[in-house]
Design a protein around this ligand. Sequence first.
Ligand SMILES: [Zn+2]
Length: 88
Amino acid sequence: MSNIFKILTLKCKDASVLLTRMQDEPLSKSDRLALKFHVMICKPCRRFKKQLELIKRVMSVFKSNLTKLAQLTDKQRERIRKKVLSKL
Ligand SMILES: [Zn+2]
């Protein structure tokens, strides 16, 4: 499939698969280009991309602060939960 054809025909379903896959592995140049263009013109996919990035950041912080998180009070956990939900 030519790059321009892939860029013009990428569907949201395929974009969501690529967005999810790119969290774990690098995409081919043509997939990256098609995805970049699709995300520029598609608000739902742009939002999905931001949500995936937020989840990745939260999980990274969670992993690196597991001991500290276990020592938080219920009030502190609730404040963090509300802040995370407000970003979605
Ligand atoms: Zn889309």
